[in-house]
Design a protein around this ligand. Structure first.
Ligand code: 5GP
Length: 238
């Protein structure tokens, strides 16, 4: 098994380490929770563990559905071994219901169903507050080729199909989510993480928010909500 060596990158919620295998990295999920492009950061006990296990569970479900992911081996409570991807600096966002920046941008009502779901692209750049971009920006600036972008879009919509059903079965609405992709020996592979930090999940009956909006909006009970989602999905946390 690949062993952790030097730090490659420290993100807002995860630290990435090189390993003794040049094709593998270790992601360490920290308890740090940030909002507003890192302007607000707090430590939330157990969050690193919950998100690490939640992410691995979801990535396994996606692999089973034929979607290539970087996840390899759950190493510990807060660490996972992953494939080393050359990350594409673009965020792919799918929305099934209006919320967040879409509501602000277009003045539509929160909770409005979007049929078919929308697909949006954002540039991963905190200093610029992750501006919205379009397909031609991605290709003209060389962030991805037209073929890679088409693959990212197709995979993101397939992830939406698989996960919307999974969450629906657990009494939850998958309102929206963000994915990041990278290249592994030239192939487009799902990277980063899927956790309640990067998606919106509402209880179907009460529409209670069970995701990072609890932190962004100061609603409290953040990790408790993540644990409730994990428990409803059957993610083993102990
Ligand atoms: P919005 O554009 O409404 O702010 O976000 C849409 C969805 O993508 C939400 O589920 C949100 O959590 C996720 N998302 C967008 N950008 C980021 C980001 O930079 N970090 C994280 N963790 N999630 C993001």
């Amino acid at each position: 098994m690949a062993q952790k060596t030097t730090e490659l990158y420290r993100g807002k919620a995860k630290t990435v380490y090189h390993t003794t295998d040049a094709d593998k990295l270790i992601l360490h999920f920290r308890n740090d929770t940030s909002a507003f492009d890192g302007e607000r950061i707090e430590q939330l006990a157990r969050k690193g563990m919950v998100n690490n296990k939640f992410n691995f569970f979801i990535m396994q479900k996606l692999e089973q559905a034929g979607i290539p992911t970087q996840a390899e081996v759950l190493l510990s409570d807060d660490e996972v071994l992953v494939k080393k991807l050359a990350m594409i600096p673009v965020e792919c966002v799918v929305r099934n219901f209006a919320a967040g920046s879409l509501v602000k941008r277009l003045g539509v009502e929160e909770g409005q169903a979007l049929t078919p779901p929308t697909f949006e692209l954002f540039l991963k750049n905190d200093a610029l507050h992750d501006p919205m971009i379009n397909d031609s920006h991605v290709v003209s600036f060389g962030w991805a080729t037209a073929e890679q972008l088409a693959e990212m879009k197709q995979l993101t919509l397939r992830v939406n199909d698989v996960l919307s059903r999974l969450f629906d079965d657990a009494g939850l609405m998958l309102v929206d989510f963000k994915l990041e992709f990278g290249l592994f020996h030239g192939k487009v592979v799902l990277g980063d993480e899927f956790s309640p930090d990067g998606c919106r999940l509402w209880d179907k009956a009460s529409r209670k928010k069970l995701d990072k909006d609890r932190f962004r909006q100061g609603l409290g009970g953040v990790v408790e909500a993540y644990e409730e989602v994990a428990q409803r999905l059957g993610v083993p946390l102990d």
